[in-house]
Design a protein around this ligand. Structure first.
Ligand SMILES: NC(=O)c1ccc[n+]([C@@H]2O[C@H](COP(=O)([O-])OP(=O)(O)OC[C@H]3O[C@@H](n4cnc5c(N)ncnc54)[C@H](OP(=O)(O)O)[C@@H]3O)[C@@H](O)[C@H]2O)c1
Length: 215
């Protein structure tokens, strides 16, 4: 049996239910520009489709350009305007390379209202004595350092524009000390550290940024 994937459709022009508008503000995001990392698959891809349906323009970032192109084509061919742009981005790259990718993302629509740090890897299920340094480094570099570096350069652009913005970090319940994901030592460590990073930054830049965490 084949799975039916719902197609992207243009932003909602009329309400489909009787819920008051102010109770569903996420359905009315016309004109907002959102940069989503890890947009080539999984949750990131779904975020892009949902945001576009809600009226946003999306900048889709990840390493696999072919997947990003097919996502943007799906959004744009069903839209009367260019609503999605693809930016190839490796969040494990050095700061200078990430800064250049962020500049391209910013220039795609002239600004960014919100960044969703979604790119992430789970890594294998290994005990602390079996996991290799390489796997540990890659998981921490992707999930933690990558999110920080993308935020750093998007944050600088947001500050310079004097408009502020929102930075949303996609964490995991495995970052909580009350949720145990056996064998996910690097993943859980990276998400717990991401939670701390979010807490510190949100209390430092409270006046300029909305800094959120999602699990
Ligand atoms: N799925 C869940 O149940 C769940 C639950 C809690 C939290 N989360 C979190 O949600 C996020 C997405 O999870 P998912 O399940 O949707 O993952 P997924 O399907 O494996 O997709 C991961 C995405 O991250 C991108 N990515 C990985 N490494 C990257 C890198 N070095 N540079 C740029 N992009 C990179 C991948 O794109 P490329 O390979 O093309 O670069 C892909 O688009 C992750 O942060 C994960 O920890 C997921």
């Amino acid at each position: 049996m084949t799975t039916q994937v719902p197609k992207y459709v243009e932003p909602r022009t009329q309400k489909m239910n009787n819920v008051a508008n102010h109770l569903e503000p996420w359905l009315q995001l016309e004109g907002k520009v959102v940069f989503v990392t890890g947009a080539s698959a999984g949750l990131g891809r779904e975020f892009c489709l949902d945001l576009a349906r809600s009226g946003c323009r999306v900048v889709a970032g990840a390493r696999r350009g072919d997947r990003l192109k097919s996502l943007c084509d799906e959004i744009n061919t069903n839209s009367h305007l260019v609503r999605a742009m693809a930016i190839e981005l490796d969040v494990t790259a050095d700061g200078t390379t990430i800064e250049a990718s962020v500049k391209k993302a910013w220039d795609a629509f002239g600004h960014i209202d919100a960044l969703i740090n979604n790119a992430g890897v789970r890594g294998g299920i290994k005990s602390s004595v079996d996991i290799s340094e390489e796997e540990w480094e890659n998981t921490l570099r992707t999930n933690l350092t990558g999110s920080w570096l993308v935020s750093k350069y998007v944050g600088r652009q947001m500050q310079a524009s004097k408009k502020g913005g929102s930075i949303i970090n996609i964490s995991s319940i495995s970052g909580l000390n009350r949720a145990l994901m056996r064998g996910a030592i690097a993943y859980s460590s990276s998400k717990a550290a991401m939670d701390s990073m979010t807490f510190v930054v949100s209390n430092t830049y409270r006046t300029n940024f909305v800094y959120e965490i999602c699990r």
